[in-house]
Design a protein around this ligand. Structure first.
Ligand code: HEM
Ligand SMILES: *[C@@H]1O[C@H](CO)[C@@H](O)[C@H](O)[C@H]1NC(C)=O
Ligand SMILES: *[C@@H]1O[C@H](CO)[C@@H](O)[C@H](O)[C@H]1NC(C)=O
Ligand SMILES: *[C@@H]1O[C@H](CO)[C@@H](O)[C@H](O)[C@H]1NC(C)=O
Ligand SMILES: CC(=O)N[C@H]1CO[C@H](CO)[C@@H](O)[C@@H]1O
Length: 306
C-alpha cells in the first residue's frame, strides 16, 4: 500500500500535471504574481464583490473547455463567443483581467497567459476575503476557440443533484469536492430569475418575493449572513433553509451531499482546507500546456495568425 502511494506520488502525479508547476514564471516573469496581487488588492479596496466575480468567472471558464480563458474572448462581427451564453450577462470582472494583463504585458510581453491570470487573481481575492491562502500552479496556455453554444453544457440553478454530480464527475471532481466548490456561493449574489420557487425560511421567502415584484432585475446575497466572507457560513445558512437557489438548498437536503454539508457547517477549518485544495484541482481541469494554445496579448481577442 505504502509502495503504491509512493509510486503514485513520484511517478503518476508528476506525469499527469507535468506542465503546470508552482512558480512557472519565476524566471520568465519574476514579478507576475506580485503584479496580480497589487492590482487585485487595489480593486478589492473599493469593491469587495470582486471576489465573487472572479470565483464565478474561474468556474465558468474551467468547466466549458477547460481553464483556457475561452470565456474572456469577445464576440466578433460575424461570430459569437462563450461569454454570450446563458447566465452570461452577469459574469463580471473582465475589466480587472484587462488591467492585470496590461500591467503584466508592460513588464513581460507575451509571457503570462490569461488563464493563469484568472487563477492567480481568484486565489488572491479569496485570501483577501478571509478565505485560505494557497499556492496555484501555473503554466496554463490560452485557448484558440470560443463558442457561445459551448457554455450550454453548464448546469443551471435548478439542476437536480444527481445531474450536478455527474457533470462534476466527468471532470474528475468528486461529490465532496463539488459540495466544497459550491461553497463559493458563500460570496456574491444571484438575480431574481435564478431564485428557488419557494425558499424554506418564510421570512426570507417573503422578502425575496417582494424584492422581485418591485424589481425583476433585483439581486440577493447567496449567503444571507456573512455575504462578503469566504467562510463556511453558506453551509450553516442552507441548514437553516436559507438557500436562495434551488441547487444550493438541495445540497443540504439530498442524501448524497447532506453529510458533507453538515461536516463543513460544523468545521470551518475543514472547509477552508478543503476549499483550497478543491480550487487548485478545479484550476487544473482541461488545461492547455506546453506548446498548446497560445499566450494571448489581449485577453479578449485571439492573437493574429499568419
Ligand atoms: C454547477 C454548479 C453551479 C451552478 C448551477 C451555479 C449557478 C449560479 C447562478 C445561477 C448564479 C447567479 C448568477 C446571477 O444571478 O448573476 C451563481 C452565482 C455565483 N456562483 Fe455559481 N453555480 C455553480 C457552481 C459554482 C462554482 C463551482 C463556483 C466557484 C468555485 C461558483 C461561484 C459563484 C459565485 C461566486 C457567484 C456569485 C457571482 C457574483 O456575485 O457576481 N458557482 N452561480
Ligand atoms: C468570421 O470571419 C473570419 C474572418 O473573415 C473568418 O475567418 C471566420 O471563419 C468567420 N466565422 C464565421 C463563424 O463565419
Ligand atoms: C467563431 O467560430 C469558430 C467556428 O467557425 C470558432 O471555432 C471560433 O472560436 C469562434 N469564436 C470567435 C470569437 O471567433
Ligand atoms: C451569522 O454569522 C455569525 C458569525 O459567523 C454567527 O455568529 C451568527 O449566528 C449568524 N447569524 C445568523 C442569523 O445566521
Ligand atoms: C441570458 C443572457 O443574459 N443572455 C445574454 C447573453 O449575451 C447576449 C449578447 O450580449 C445577450 O443578447 C443575451 O441577452
Amino acid at each position: 500500500m505504502k509502495q503504491i502511494s509512493i509510486i503514485l506520488f513520484f511517478f503518476i502525479l508528476p506525469l499527469a500535471f507535468a506542465d503546470l508547476q508552482l512558480g512557472f514564471y519565476a524566471s520568465s516573469c519574476r514579478k507576475a504574481e506580485s503584479i496580480v496581487n497589487k492590482v487585485v488588492q487595489k480593486r478589492f479596496n473599493r469593491d469587495k464583490s470582486i471576489t465573487a466575480a472572479l470565483l464565478r468567472m474561474h468556474f465558468r471558464d474551467c468547466f466549458v473547455r477547460g481553464c483556457d480563458a475561452s470565456l474572456l474572448i469577445d464576440p466578433t462581427k460575424n461570430n459569437t463567443s462563450e461569454k454570450q451564453t446563458g447566465a452570461n450577462a452577469s459574469v463580471r470582472g473582465y475589466d480587472l483581467i484587462d488591467d492585470v494583463k496590461e500591467a503584466i504585458e508592460a513588464t513581460c510581453p507575451s509571457t503570462v497567459s490569461c488563464s493563469d491570470i484568472i487563477a492567480l487573481l481568484t486565489r488572491d481575492a479569496v485570501a483577501l476575503s478571509g478565505g485560505p491562502k494557497y499556492n496555484v500552479p501555473t503554466g496554463r496556455r490560452d485557448g484558440l476557440v470560443s463558442n457561445s453554444i459551448d457554455a450550454n453544457i453548464l448546469p443551471g440553478p435548478s439542476s437536480p443533484i444527481p445531474q450536478l454530480t455527474q457533470f462534476f464527475a466527468a471532470k474528475g471532481i468528486t461529490t465532496e469536492e463539488m459540495v466544497t466548490l459550491l461553497g463559493a456561493h458563500t460570496v456574491g449574489v444571484a438575480h431574481c430569475g435564478f431564485f428557488a420557487n419557494s425558499i424554506g425560511d418564510p421570512a426570507l421567502n417573503t422578502k425575496l418575493v417582494n424584492l422581485c415584484k418591485s424589481n425583476t432585475n433585483g439581486a440577493a446575497f447567496l449567503d444571507q449572513n456573512t455575504s462578503f466572507v469566504v467562510d463556511n457560513e453558506f453551509y450553516k445558512q442552507i441548514l437553516l433553509k436559507r438557500g436562495i437557489m434551488q441547487i444550493d438548498q438541495q445540497l443540504a437536503l439530498d442524501k448524497s451531499t447532506s453529510t458533507f454539508v453538515s461536516n463543513f457547517a460544523s468545521n470551518g477549518d475543514k472547509f477552508v482546507k478543503s476549499f483550497a485544495s478543491a480550487m487548485i484541482k478545479m484550476g487544473k481541469v482541461g488545461v492547455l500546456v506546453g506548446k498548446e494554445g497560445e499566450i494571448r496579448k489581449n485577453c479578449r481577442v485571439f492573437n493574429k495568425r499568419n
